[in-house]
Design a protein around this ligand. Structure first.
Ligand SMILES: Nc1ncnc2c1ncn2[C@@H]1O[C@H](COP(=O)(O)OP(=O)(O)OP(=O)(O)O)[C@@H](O)[C@H]1O
Ligand SMILES: [Mg+2]
Length: 478
């Protein structure tokens, strides 16, 4: 069934259409031959639609065609390795992408009965996260922090870490500069991560409509792999602050009454409807999962602003990147005091759970002690020893960008730490020592790592094997 209408008025990207009597919210309308609009609202006389692209060509009197169906985008396995825009159209000059079917853009989230509790870890390769803020497959974990504090780097490291783990990664860029998108694409291409990733680009130079649609379309692409192939999907939204801004612009143009910070009243719904689409499906529904990393940029560390606090309340935890830590040189600059994962250590490998359970508390205590002793002279030997131990732990937690650390290696280093092998070491030596240790074990007993990866548990045999190798390694390095 088709309907015809007419453009009455156009204001920026918002067109007022007369004559369409049967259309529904979220539906797509065709303006001229090449331009699309999404229905975003109604008033007494008009249907209000947002032009997705090419709004400069639309003029009053133009014919509008509408087919009464929900707006869907093409999806299919061919999207992996490609770069697309907010309508899932290829933008990498590598020809069309074969679509298998269409998926609704504003799809509904899986119901409670279709879901399973989260049990499996998503290895991010970022030591602090895997050890102390573990993330499960199907979780929604907010990355929140000031600008230039390493937020995007956390996400790209997590994508790099999915190599060979059968996870489809989607990087969705919303309202960022072209240059920062190019940096991400370069990282993903150079490391071979594009082989299992999709980049959805809606940079600041794209139209309002494409930026508005980007996160929903990224979720639809992910849902295809989750529902049809039972795959694990990992989606990064970089970032939702810009998405909220776009929605605010749209709402102001639609003359909706502005609320707090000039955002419209339904700004909470905008994002909660999106993040609900993540989750882990039960085996009858294919057993796939979708993990979300939404990002939010804060101003001077203020997490209590409207949009940031909304997102904090609708996700399963947050990772807070701090500007002071970043400038101190503690990278990744994750503030453990403000970062949590509400799923907790249920998803951690048992081996990691055993070793890392006390680490967070110890580290937070060390940071307090460090603060206290900064002003006091003449501290005792015992305090000095604890401070040194804390500094060693701090060195272990540091990590360079673009170098995700596999879970097994993290476990081995933590095991050496709990067994006191780092005792009395100079903090400056830590990095080299742990790298050499891994090389040593890989050379002399690689089977230990294979067994640990397969079983995820520190059995007695593995512990004995590690003890022996640690002893040999120490002897050889003296
Ligand atoms: N662990 C790290 N080790 C070394 N350098 C890092 C690390 N993490 C981030 N950086 C560097 O810090 C800079 C900022 O990182 P990034 O772009 O990830 O931050 P951001 O918070 O996403 O910034 P923006 O606000 O621009 O989005 C980059 O140049 C990046 O290479
Ligand atoms: Mg960034």
């Amino acid at each position: 069934m088709k309907e015809y209408g007419e453009v009455a008025e156009i204001k920026q990207d918002i067109v007022h259409i007369t004559g369409l009597t049967n259309c529904m919210n979220g539906q797509i309308v065709q303006l001229q031959d090449t331009t699309h609009g999404i229905v975003v609202g109604f008033d007494q006389n008009y249907v209000l639609a947002l032009v997705v692209k090419g709004s400069d060509r639309v003029k009053p009197g133009d014919k509008v065609t509408s087919t009464i169906e929900m707006f869907g985008v093409p999806v299919g396995p061919g999207f992996i390795g490609r770069r697309v825009n907010g309508m899932a159209e290829p933008i990498d000059n590598r020809g069309p992408i074969a679509a298998e079917k269409k998926y609704p853009v504003f799809g509904t989230a899986p119901g409670v009965l279709d879901r399973l509790p989260l049990r499996e870890a998503l290895e991010t390769g970022v030591k602090i996260i895997d050890m102390m803020v573990p993330i499960g497959k199907g979780q929604r974990q907010l990355i929140i922090g000031d600008r230039v504090t390493g937020k995007t780097t956390l996400a790209t490291d997590a994508i790099l870490s999915q190599k060979g783990k059968n996870v489809v990664c989607i990087y969705c860029c919303i309202g960022k500069a072209e240059a920062s998108l190019n940096k991400v694409i370069e990282i993903l291409t150079e490391s071979g991560a594009m082989e299992y990733s999709i980049v959805l680009a809606a940079t600041a130079s794209y139209s309002m409509g494409l930026q508005y649609l980007a996160p929903y379309v990224a979720s639809s692409l992910g849902e295809y792999f989750m529902h049809e192939h039972g795959r694990d999907v990992f989606v990064v939204f970089d970032d939702l602050t810009k998405h909220a801004w776009i929605y605010r612009q749209m709402s102001l143009l639609l003359e909706r009454s502005p609320g707090r910070d000039a955002y419209p009243g339904d700004i909470f719904y905008l994002h909660s409807q999106l993040v609900e689409r993540a989750g882990k499906l039960n085996p009858q529904r294919g057993g796939g999962s979708m993990t979300f990393f939404p990002m939010i940029e804060t101003l001077q560390g203020d997490v209590a602003r409207y949009v940031p606090s909304n997102l904090v309340s609708m996700t399963d935890g947050q990772i807070y990147t701090s500007a002071p830590l970043f400038s101190e040189g503690f990278k990744p600059a994750i503030d453990l005091g403000l970062s949590v994962s509400r799923i907790g250590n249920k998803v951690q490998w048992p081996a990691m759970k055993e070793l890392a359970s006390m680490l967070r508390l110890e580290y937070v205590r060390f940071k307090e002690l460090e603060k206290l002793t900064r002003i006091k002279a003449g501290i005792s030997e015992e305090v000095e020893r604890r401070l040194n131990h804390g500094r060693v732990v701090q060195e272990i937690l540091k990590q360079d960008k673009g170098a995700p650390v596999p879970m097994v290696e993290q476990i081995i280093v933590l095991y050496a730490l709990t067994k006191g092998h780092f005792f009395g070491m100079l903090p400056a030596k830590v990095d080299e020592w742990q790298k050499k240790l891994i090389i040593h074990i890989r050379k002399h007993r690689p089977q230990l790592m294979v067994d640990l990866t397969a079983g995820k548990v520190l059995t007695r045999e593995i512990k004995e094997g590690l003890d022996e190798q640690l002893r040999l390694f120490k002897d050889s390095s003296i």
